[in-house]
Design a protein around this ligand. Structure first.
Ligand code: EPU
Length: 420
């Protein structure tokens, strides 16, 4: 296992290019199961998660090729409808093969993913939506077994205790595109990644309207064709570099970043005192003066993303004053708090709130990554801490950030990889 070692205190300056969106590409790769024709997906980040999804597609009978950011998926003669526990348990997003397998093959057996470190993460909304389309669902030995002679369009309310669900919306949408008649998904997730999936499906011949809004309408079609599609930029990676600029008092031009996907984050960073210039598919971020403490509450899109909560907490940890960070999507997503406190931060957790008493500086320490975004927050803290920080278990980081250390090195950071 590798760890990342960071010598803090360098102001990051220069340009960085953001990769394609992890959370967009994973369901999009699953959508290739809806056709026997060849699909070409461009702008695919080389991540642990995208490689896991390629393995799943191969296990389901697809040929896959991944070369220089382009994934090509084609059919073999051996379509399989079982997604194995070993693969699904390593990555929850693999559960979204359920909808396309059922839509195309009318049967699917997909392992239940189980919980993960950021919380319980149930799949009840996925199952509710798919059952509404007429599938028989049973749970057998840890697997969801879904069957349907034919799927029929339905009016489905998909809101849950924590609001809408990104992958459940995608899963149900993918099952509904080949259903008979009209499906309406109410309380659909509005995230840009859902809209990207709908755009891909429409290019494949689906008839989807309303993507990006809480009401999605799908007119079922008989079959889908092959497609070529480029993935949208990763808004969370872009956001992580924005925080890197501010936390190090640097100046970063972030290329392949779309301001229209970053409304809530840009608003909060502006409130904190960031100077942000928007260009054509790029954003330049630096500080206007001293960064100020701000309160942040995570919410479904277009609210502040939960996937940026840990990173903004690192920024607030070194911003003198009090800020309150409230997590409304995953109430237990606070594994980074204890590790930031190991670096000298003053953060207290009270239920879904973290009360951050910002201090002038953190001190480098050995810390342990627990999940993807927590890892990113520890790297950010390490960039500004006095002395040396080592972040162990960086395989979490490799799930979602392509070439993170070389991108940071390109901005001047003193960061390198060592064996644990
Ligand atoms: N939920 C339910 N029932 C369900 C599904 C979800 O109660 O059937 C709850 C969840 O437990 C959570 C809330 O609804 O409290 C929202 O979860 P959602 O389903 O939207 O999450 P997801 O689709 O499983 C995606 C991203 C996550 C991101 C969330 C929220 C992918 C592959 N993952 O997960 O990304 O945090 O949406 O935006 O798209 C990450 O990239 O680090 C990451 C965790």
């Amino acid at each position: 296992m590798d760890k990342l070692v960071i010598e803090g205190g360098v102001r990051l300056k220069g340009e960085v290019v953001v990769s394609g969106s992890k959370n967009s590409v994973l369901p999009i790769m699953a959508a290739t199961l809806l056709t026997d024709q060849t699909c070409v997906i461009k702008g695919v980040p080389n991540l642990r998660d995208t490689n896991t999804m390629l393995k799943i597609l191969r296990s389901l009978g697809k040929n896959t090729e991944f070369y220089k950011g382009t994934v090509t998926v084609s059919a073999t003669k051996h379509a399989n409808f079982t997604a194995d526990y070993k693969l699904v348990s390593t990555m929850r997003a693999s559960f979204c093969v359920l909808g396309p397998l059922l839509g195309k093959l009318k049967k699917a057996k997909v392992s239940l993913p189980g919980g993960c470190v950021i919380g319980l993460r149930p799949v009840d909304l996925h199952l509710k939506g798919i059952e509404s389309l007429g599938a028989d669902i049973s749970i057998e030995s840890g697997y969801v077994v879904a069957k349907a002679a034919r799927l029929r369009g339905k009016h489905i309310y998909l809101g849950g205790v924590y609001g809408s669900s990104v992958l459940a919306t995608g899963n149900v949408m993918m099952a509904a595109v080949l259903a008979q008649g009209k499906t309406i998904i109410e309380a659909a997730a509005c995230e840009p990644e859902v809209a990207d999936l709908a755009e891909l499906l429409n290019k494949m011949g689906a008839r989807i309207k309303g993507e990006g809004t809480p009401t999605i309408e799908i007119d079922g079609v008989k079959e889908l064709r092959g497609v070529t599609h480029t993935i949208i930029p990763d808004r969370i990676e872009a956001g992580t570099f924005m925080i890197a600029a501010l936390i190090t008092k640097g100046d970063i031009l972030i290329k392949n970043a779309l301001a229209q996907h970053q409304g809530a984050l840009l608003d909060k960073l502006d409130e904190a005192g960031a100077l942000i210039s928007k260009g054509d598919n790029c954003l330049r971020v630096r500080a206007r003066g001293r960064i100020k403490p701000i309160n942040v509450t995570t919410l479904p899109y277009p609210g502040f993303p939960t996937d940026m909560q840990a990173q903004i907490m690192s920024l607030m940890a070194v911003t003198p004053g009090i800020s309150v960070i409230t997590e409304k999507i995953y109430p237990d997503r606070f594994m980074h708090v204890a590790e930031l406190n190991r670096m000298g931060a003053h953060i207290q957790r009270e239920g879904p709130h973290a009360i951050v008493e910002g201090i002038k500086s953190l001190s480098g320490a050995p810390v342990m990554a627990s999940d993807l975004r927590a890892s990113a927050s520890l790297v950010l803290a390490g960039l500004v801490a006095k002395g040396r920080t080592s972040v162990s278990r960086i395989y979490h980081l490799e799930r979602g950030y392509e070439n993170i250390e070389s991108k940071l090195q390109g901005l001047g950071a003193k960061i390198w990889r060592e064996k644990e």
